[in-house]
Ligand binder design. Structure first.
Ligand code: LLP
Length: 422
């Protein structure tokens, strides 16, 4: 028997009378027919619970990393639950502000912030700027000389740690475009310069070692390396970034946000620091809250080779399998507890062979054209990294709660595909 591991589904999942998946009281098959497919479905109380867990676990500040999934509804949800928001571009900043999040609750990241991005943030008195380069310090000094307010800043340190994760999402190693290297001497120089510059109020240091990390050890090592910088320079804040991994497929097991925080706080105590510790979880807030629903359009068995199952989305709504070779599970929402005895390759509708969603996806043997097929744990870095490739309109997003579905991002139309053409 190979049944979908229940733990991969949103918190408020249940089985309906016909064996179908119900999320937060909403029948997923009805959602598919009401809103169409592909469709991102998020369990709103799951999102809220993870935000609250992060706020409890990091009393020094929990910033939701908006790059994982951002729309106005998500920004205001995280803010309502007591989080601040990590924005890494002017675009993320704009969406968060449009959702009504005060600038003071935003932390501005980015390895190449433009003068314009910085100017807007400084003018609106953004909560923190995480400074990533000497060129950025130059820009801030120019803007402050022109009369903009002095920002409170953290310096991003690069600790020289290679966390076990995909190379593309490792950020703590010496050879990185991010931050000031500790081993190269840049960190020392950046802190000295920021501490003496009248254009910035230096309040702390930041470190982000990567993403989809399962071992708390790496975060502890980061604290051991970066923590002493706070002590030596009399800085009151330590941001440990995001990066906590989540289980995507059967057999994976990740620490909870609470366990992650406990490991970080233990390390801070061990180093003997008296600092405000904050964190920036993204994936661990949203990934498991989301499920994507697709419609199966074509089934192509190639005897002795494999069976391709093509759905109505693909690399445009989830580029992670193509980019990082990421694995996902599959199931049929009409029979969520069914034995998945058949192995198929789930592909999208894009014009290339690399358009793969699940290489060896397990499905019930009676899978048929017209079925709704789902991939769980698609709440992070799917919608946010989606594209219009092949002019496939971006999917809609619904939040479900207490039996009610709320459309938070409407499906893109063909008209939308023309709105930038002049
Ligand atoms: N803080 C900083 C400074 C970051 O760069 C990131 C993610 C986060 C927080 C949030 O990390 P999380 O908790 O979500 O792991 N597209 C990739 C992930 C890229 C992450 C980039 N930075 C993926 O789909 O796996």
């Amino acid at each position: 028997m190979s049944v979908l591991p229940w733990s991969l589904l949103p918190d408020n999942s249940s089985v309906g009378p016909a064996g179908q998946l119900v999320v937060a009281g909403c029948d997923t098959l009805e959602l598919a027919s009401e809103f169409g497919t592909p469709l991102f479905v998020y369990d709103e109380d799951h999102l809220r619970a993870r935000c609250r867990e992060a706020v409890r676990a990091f009393p020094g500040g929990a910033q939701y990393a908006t790059k994982a999934f951002l729309c106005k509804a998500m920004a205001s949800l995280a803010y309502e639950e007591g989080m601040q928001l990590d924005v890494s571009t002017g675009g993320e900043y704009h969406v968060a502000r449009a959702a009504g999040v005060p600038a003071q609750h935003l932390v501005l990241h980015g390895n190449n912030k433009s003068e314009q991005e910085l100017a807007v943030a400084l003018r609106e008195r953004v909560g923190r700027v995480v400074v990533d380069s000497f060129d950025e310090l130059d820009r801030i000094e120019r803007l402050v000389a022109e009369g903009l307010p002095v920002p409170q800043v953290l310096i991003r340190l690069t600790p020289g740690i290679e966390a076990h994760t995909h190379e593309y999402v490792q950020t703590g190693q010496d050879d990185s475009k991010f931050g000031f290297g500790i081993h190269t001497g840049a960190a020392e120089e950046a802190i000295r310069r920021a501490a003496s510059s009248p254009a910035v109020a230096l309040v702390g240091v930041h470190v982000h070692i990567g993403s989809q990390i399962f071992e708390a050890d790496f975060f502890e090592r980061a604290v051991h390396i970066v923590g002493p910088w706070c002590r030596d320079h009399g800085l009151a804040e330590l941001s440990i970034g995001g990066g906590l991994g989540v289980a995507y497929v059967e057999g994976e097991d990740a620490p909870t946000i609470t366990e992650w925080a406990a490991a970080v706080h233990r390390a801070v105590d061990r180093v003997g620091l008296d600092v405000r510790v904050s964190a920036e979880p993204g994936r661990s807030i949203v990934a498991q809250a989301g499920v994507t629903l697709y419609t199966v359009g074509t089934i192509k068995p190639i005897p002795g080779i494999r069976t391709y199952v093509a759905v109505d989305g693909g690399m445009s709504d989830n580029p992670r399998p193509v980019l990082y070779d990421s694995g996902y599970e599959t199931f049929l929402p009409r029979a969520v507890l069914a034995d998945r005895s058949k192995v198929v390759t789930v592909v999208g509708k894009h014009c290339e062979s690399g358009d793969l969603l699940v290489r060896d996806g397990k499905v019930p043997a009676d899978l048929a054209v017209g079925d709704i097929l789902a991939t769980p744990v698609t709440g992070a870095y799917g919608h946010s990294m989606g594209s219009n490739y092949n002019k496939v309109p971006r999917p809609a997003v619904v939040f479900v709660r207490n039996g009610t579905a709320r459309l938070v991002v409407r499906r893109e139309t063909y008209e939308d595909l023309l709105r930038l053409d002049v």
